[in-house]
Design a protein around this ligand. Sequence first.
Ligand SMILES: Cc1cc2nc3c(=O)[nH]c(=O)nc-3n(C[C@H](O)[C@H](O)[C@H](O)COP(=O)(O)O)c2cc1C
Length: 299
Amino acid sequence: MICRSKLAVMISAVAVSAMFVACNDRAEEKAQSKAQPAAETAAQPAVSKSVVVYFSQTGTTKKLAGVMKQAVNADEIELKLVTPYPSTYDSTIAVVGAQRESKQWPALENAKLDLAKYDTVYLGYPIMFGSFAPPIYSFLDSNDLSGKVVVPFCTYGSGGRKASAAELKTLEPNANVTLAMGVSNKRMTRDDGDSIAKVEVETFLANLAAGKTDEMLMGGYSEQRPLTAEDSAVFVAATKDYAYLNLTPLSVSTQVVAGMNYLFLCEMKAFGGAAVQTNVKVFKPLPGRGEPELIVVEK
Ligand SMILES: Cc1cc2nc3c(=O)[nH]c(=O)nc-3n(C[C@H](O)[C@H](O)[C@H](O)COP(=O)(O)O)c2cc1C
């Protein structure tokens, strides 16, 4: 994690950086609009070499995809199921569970896409059963991503960003799968979800342009130490809606930002399963600016 002031510097650096091809469209556009009168710029729209391809069942990933599209000046394609998932959570769990069990991936209305003109595919999905939603397998089965930059982004209940990106790398060994981004459903659907999404996307693109890895993003925290009563109170407040994960914090490290980032090393027995250790990221805003919130369970 990096502090917000550093991020602001990095974000402005993205606009002038040519380091990452996917961010170039926007930087070029900005540079052009400075150098040319508006009418001329409008007469010569840039041809996008990036596309945002996404699946969304209930609209959360769709919202994030819209923000991503704006930020990188990409085309956008929504993957549509021939037979949509049921409208209730429990029924969807049953259908998706059966699809995963049988590896029978659902038919898409638009399975085969014309991706030849794109060098970068921003691939968005909800996390389902710990990795990307089944329609993404259908998309991967029908399209060749070899040689393309693939930028994964997701929304989730508690996490799955890393595991889904790792699976994508395995399934697409000839694509350049980059650092992945993710935002929790809870944060995306807050009243200020749009601005949260914008900040998350800008931060992510800056990290991507700077060549940051997940390991580098975990830097800047203090050493892990035993919890104080205050740390425990922060943990309880942030995880009160995640009882099903059965999280027990073992130790914590912190990072001062505009507020405080916490990295709790926890024992997790999700849905009463076997105990595993995991990192739980929590953000506590400055006093008077809201309650501590769970950012992600790293998995
Ligand atoms: C069938 C199903 C399985 C899910 N599995 C997970 C999961 O394993 N981990 C998780 O963090 N969230 C999980 N979720 C929550 C979704 O990832 C989350 O609600 C997401 O924001 C939905 O995105 P959408 O609105 O674009 O469909 C699951 C949701 C459904 C419906």
